[in-house]
Design a protein around this ligand. Structure first.
Ligand code: MN
Ligand code: MN
Length: 277
């Protein structure tokens, strides 16, 4: 097996049970445990579609859930993710609401300059502030872009642009691919380090009802997987956010979140093994 130093970094799960900056509903903080349970469920085998057996010990690791302690929550998230990177791991975060991506990317960008972010979401999350909160789950990509933490931000599946967020996207040079313009496989090619952030509400609520903001007209699970498989570049980290178990129906969205996670992990590993085209 010819793995480079970089791609041999083991993907490592870290749960971020945080939903305090969710504007409409709480519940996403309960997601990490449910996603793990679905990932390990015997209803499915351990192989990703790209040909990686995630059941083999050492393929990926699980660092459990972040302990917040007395620290400011965002400082704790940044420190937790930074710690994994220092240990030579590739962080894969289980949210939590989408606000967590700002402190996560702060830590990732410290290690990887010229980061490309591939962002799957119904919403651009580019508000300057939302209901008086600049750290709201409606704002992370405004914070990330104004801090210069990414070279490129490519948003896929967007279907809720309003005037303010269109202006924000222009101001920050965001590459917005609206849902109505899909597929967009060519937009997902990157040469350098890549971070994937996957908001579960990019999926149509028919496939994934367990989310806080149901926005019809979204991706099928198959469309999402096809776009994840189209990603090139070295995936240095990822998150799956906004699964809300309180809104779920018979755990079906947990199963979908676990499937998405499996394909992201598979892609992270397959690229290093030369299995990805
Ligand atoms: Mn989002
Ligand atoms: Mn969203």
């Amino acid at each position: 097996m010819h793995e480079t130093m970089k791609t041999s970094r083991i993907p490592t799960l870290l749960g971020i049970p945080f939903d305090a900056y969710s504007s409409y509903l709480r519940g996403a903080g309960e997601a990490p445990a449910k996603i793990r349970e679905a990932l390990r469920c015997d209803a499915s085998n351990t192989w990703s579609e790209s040909g990686v057996d995630l059941g083999v010990a050492g393929t990926y690791e699980d660092a459990g859930d972040l302990a917040f302690g007395e620290k400011d929550a965002f400082a704790a998230i940044e420190a937790g993710v930074g710690g994994l990177i220092e240990q030579g791991k590739r962080p894969v975060l289980l949210g939590g609401d989408h606000s967590i991506t700002y402190p996560i990317v702060k830590a990732v960008a410290r290690r990887y300059a010229e980061l490309t972010i591939f962002h799957f979401d119904a919403h651009p999350d580019l508000y300057e502030e939302f209901e008086g909160n600049r750290l709201s789950h409606a704002c992370p990509f405004a914070r990330i872009m104004e801090a210069g933490l990414a070279k490129r931000l490519v948003q896929v599946g967007i279907r809720t642009l309003n005037r303010h967020q269109r202006e924000q996207a222009q101001r920050f040079g965001v590459e917005v691919v609206e849902m109505r313009a899909l597929p967009a496989y060519e937009k997902l090619k990157a040469a350098g380090p890549v971070y994937i952030t996957f908001d579960m509400d990019v999926l149509d609520p028919a496939f994934a009802p367990g989310i806080s903001h149901r926005e019809p007209g979204g991706m099928s699970v198959r469309e999402a997987i096809a776009h994840l498989h189209a990603i090139t570049g070295e995936i240095v980290g990822a998150d799956v956010v906004e699964y809300n178990p309180v809104q779920d129906v018979a755990g079906m969205t947990a199963t979908v979140a676990a499937k998405i996670l499996k394909e992201i992990l598979g892609r992270m590993i397959a690229v290093g093994r030369g299995l990805a085209e």
